[in-house]
Ligand binder design. Structure first.
Ligand SMILES: [Zn+2]
Ligand SMILES: [Zn+2]
Length: 256
């Protein structure tokens, strides 16, 4: 079946432009250099699955005309991946039943802690998004499509990306364990973290991610979680032909 992946955000946690910064990329007139925090929307057969709720989810949803969500999958609980949870609220008005959130145990515990009012039965202090939290520990089937968690190391933390059909989305990692590499064969589309050129303790670099593409050989690769160190046009010119920096609003069709 045909799927469409939309890049809601392609930037690092602080976004580009970064507040207070006047560097060449932060002041670039190229719209591709404006990056909100990382998230993608996966649509297939009338269903919409979101990966992560960034602090800019509201703007991302308005920009892309999102009117309906079936489910949200979480990668991990850094602020840039979860803080937009409250902005699901209007989308829960227009549907029957709650929006399902899926996450591994440590993410479930953190969401219950940070958004305790969502999950308190007796909460009476105004509106909240109608969501239900489900703990997962392995592959998840949503509307006939398998979303397979892919374990990656984000510094010393173990977090997850997801593979769905011929696409995989891995944001926020410094290392991909060998057993996860084995699950990333035969891809049409591969998303990888590529923060910048200089090394970083919890993120992959441009050079490291290009090497991963050479090993994994997807048909097309896109880099995300991009900092203000990398200008869109200039960086793309330095990349192999099948590798591009993602940008906010990029839409890709693939077999799911
Ligand atoms: Zn992040
Ligand atoms: Zn992170």
């Amino acid at each position: 079946m045909e799927g469409v992946l939309t890049v809601l955000g392609s930037g690092t946690s602080m976004g580009v432009p970064t507040v207070g910064c006047t560097c060449a990329v932060c002041t670039s007139p190229d719209p591709h250099d404006r990056r909100t925090p990382p998230s993608v929307l996966v649509q297939f057969d009338g269903h919409s699955v979101l990966i992560d709720t960034t602090p800019d989810f509201r703007q991302q949803a308005i920009r892309e005309g999102i009117r309906y969500l079936d489910a949200v999958l979480y990668t991990h609980t850094h602020a840039d991946h979860i803080l937009g949870l409250d902005d699901l609220r209007p989308l829960t008005f227009w549907r029957d039943g709650k929006i399902a959130l899926y996450a591994f145990a440590p993410v479930v515990r953190r969401l219950q802690h940070m958004f305790d009012y969502f999950f308190e039965g007796d909460y009476t202090y105004g509106g909240k998004a109608e969501v239900e939290l489900h703990e997962i520990s392995g592959p998840l089937e949503l509307f006939g499509v398998c979303f397979e968690p892919i374990r990656v190391m984000h510094g010393r933390s173990e977090i997850h990306g997801y593979r769905f059909g011929s696409a995989a989305y891995l944001t926020d990692f410094s290392e991909i364990p060998e057993e996860s590499m084995a699950r990333l064969q035969g891809l049409d589309i591969l998303f990888l973290d590529a923060l910048r050129r200089r090394p970083h303790p919890t993120h992959s670099t441009l050079e490291n991610s290009v090497q991963l593409v050479e090993r994994l050989k997807p048909r097309r690769a896109f880099f995300t979680h991009i900092s203000h160190d990398l200008g869109h046009e200039e960086t793309n010119r330095s990349l192999p032909e099948n590798v591009r920096l993602a940008h906010d609003g990029l839409k890709l069709e693939f077999e799911i």
